[in-house]
Design a protein around this ligand. Sequence first.
Ligand SMILES: [Zn+2]
Length: 877
Amino acid sequence: MRPVRSSSLSTCVLFLLALALTAGTAAASGSARLPREVLPTFERIKLNLDARKKSYAGTVHIDLSVKSAVDSFQFHSEGITLRGVTLRNGKAPVPSTHTQAGPTVVTVRTRAPLRPGAYSLDLEFTNDFGTRAQGLYRLETGGESYCFTQFEADDARKAFPCWDEPSFKIPYQLTLVVPRTHRTIGNTPVARIIPGKTVKTVVFQKTKPLPSYLLAIATGPLELVPITGMSVPGNVVTVKGASKLAVTAAKMVPPRLAALERYFGSRYPYEKLDVLAVPEFWPGAMENAGAVTFRDEVLLVDPRTVSVGQLATLSVYMSHEFAHQWFGDLVTMEWWDDLWLNEAFAEWMGDKISDQVAPEYKMGLKDLRETQSAMGTDSRLSARAIRRPVSALDNLLQAADDLAYKKGQAVLGMFEEWLGPETFRAGVLAYLKEHAWGNSVGSDLWEALSKASGKDASAAMSTFLDQGGVPLVEASVLADGRVKLIQRRFLGYGVQAPTEQLWRIPVMLKYSDGTGVRTQSVLLTEREMTVTLEGGKAPQWLNPNGDAAGYYRWSVPPEILHKLADGEGQYLSPVERVEFLGNAAALLDAGLIHGDEFMRLSAKFADDKDPEVTSALMDDVGLIRRAFVTRQLEDPYAVYVRRTLGPALARIGMTRRPGEEDGVSLTRAGLLLTLGDEGKEAAVVSFADSLAKQHIAAPGSVDPTLIGAALSLSALHGDEALFADYKKRFETAEIPAERARYLSALGFFRDPKVAQEAIRYSLEGPLRPQEIFTIPASLGAAVEYEDVPYKWMSENFGTIASKVPPMFLVFMPNFARGCSIERLEGAKAFFADPAHSVPGSELEMAKVADQVRDCAGLRQREGAVVASYLTQLVGSR
Ligand SMILES: [Zn+2]
């Protein structure tokens, strides 16, 4: 699954919430894992689906293998009304009774113990469709009704009875009875259609062995656009009227699939590959075998108005989900404790493939910026190991946090660099070959990597996976020219590590000894190590994270730090400059450099020619804004923003130039938004106003990459009439990406009366379930409205709870993120109330508390220094 990442909005809550809310849809209720004496070997599912109705009926037939003599067994069924349960041994019925043993589990009992052997179970049932984009759900759009599914992690049990755990990997055969005019999609091609008077029966081919969470269904007046040039057939699938927006996606699928087939050295494992655009959907995308679902705003592209950002996102999402077809689908984790590996691998592989097929989007550099954010989470004591036991009773959503995706990806990348890409690949291929069509655990991969490389990869990886935290590598040059390396846990200022931790860190030293730039790889296994550099001379400069591939923070003596920043173009590559800026922000957080020094260091990158470095610089500027800027400091901060980011915009200009790199266009959109909003640059705002007007008057006439920023900036000073206009355009937009742009812009109106109306609209307007958080989060990015998101959530908790899947409530404490201890205390009391807390919310509260205390501490410690730096800028030229 791919969580949604917000590219145009940098608000903390939105990012975290989107990430959290879209990471899965698990239920904490239920029992422990199912017993394994009675195993399913095959399941036939027949559903009578009319999306216009509230409920549906169905039957399942499950072949069972009884392994030992037991007089009871269990399967999953949640909220489903069972009408008939028949157990058979061959053709002979076996007398049995059944009871709903818990919210998600049914127990079947027999009078006498079952003898081991083959049995079958037939179930008849009725059920209501889901309505919150979870399980098997229905939705209406354009006057038509549709069914879609989203089962990960454990919501297949809400659609039909099944053994709903990833280790029960069996073939399924699906039959759907649907209205005659409807089309249907499943995981496999259609075997035959039996026409009827008002309905038709669609029989799908039997699937390869699959876990239940990867099954998918879509029905309705769907439209299909064939994808050509793949090793298997496939279509882009849309709702009625949207297939005209499917052409770009159809072209983007084949090269990405082919690149993965080359990497894995094997053909795509399933019979067909459809990609579906779903209007109501929580994740960014989901890797159902052969039927990959996407949010419609991600997959559907209007060539006239598509931004570079949307194309880059689509490229990455596709690559991520297609990588899962091998890693996750063909080889599936035994249990959810390895969900992190499933996601980390798809993230790593997907970005690698996207970079290979479409290098212009430079996803590797974007990843590095996201890794900086994950390291921020990991540098707090509340950070847990990404590999840890997960119980069926846990909220599985919490297993798929930003660390699972981004730390996991960064650690895989670090070890790929250490072992060498070809050796790493050989290990991955051996692992896939050995476990194809079955299940595996994380250690199976490490063992394959150790075997392929002859190095003890397992022991080193374990230090990053089985303990929380990110290491700090302190490097200094001794008088004799040798380099001393010391490791310890990297933590915020004044925070003591409860225990001493040790990592086995592949450190890449990059330096110059005067004759040229050299690199030297060191495995730092002890607390302290002294390294003799190759060449034997004292280095002139030293970068302790060469190629920026290491998952660690680093520090060097001030003179080396400044030398690296001064000589940026000469000493540091673009990827190292991006990492330098992220590391500098972390040093500030840990109290290893002061606020003014941090601002001076980052200002040295104001003239950097590389657009991704400019984006990283915007991240640093954003840190200053979040940690220090109060209403009194807004104007001096605006001067700082203009000083720091103005040169980059002046260099690239406000409009796209012929032949310009895509990375430049992407950065321009971010620069305009930051300079117009936070920098209060009048020229940018009026440019944005004219661009927005031009786009509305003649869609397709302006640079599409700037439309989102232009609409948002034009809303800053917008009145009620403009709000009403944008609202109407949001509600009637035919292009999903355009709808998303207007929704985002609705959160940028700053007039108090209009802002009030916007916040009301977020719950009362005709928004889809996944859209309700956008406006409050956008509004909260403004200094004067920073209390709004938390206030909105706490005052409307009941309404929000009625709109989102129940287990998403665990993430509501994240609304208290920021710098306010007062808000934090309020949130603690709010979530201590049993009416607002759900299992697991105390873990979220602990993370939020760490973040807020960190931010408040930084403000208190460096606030005066930063304020005086900012106010001095106002007077100086
Ligand atoms: Zn995924």
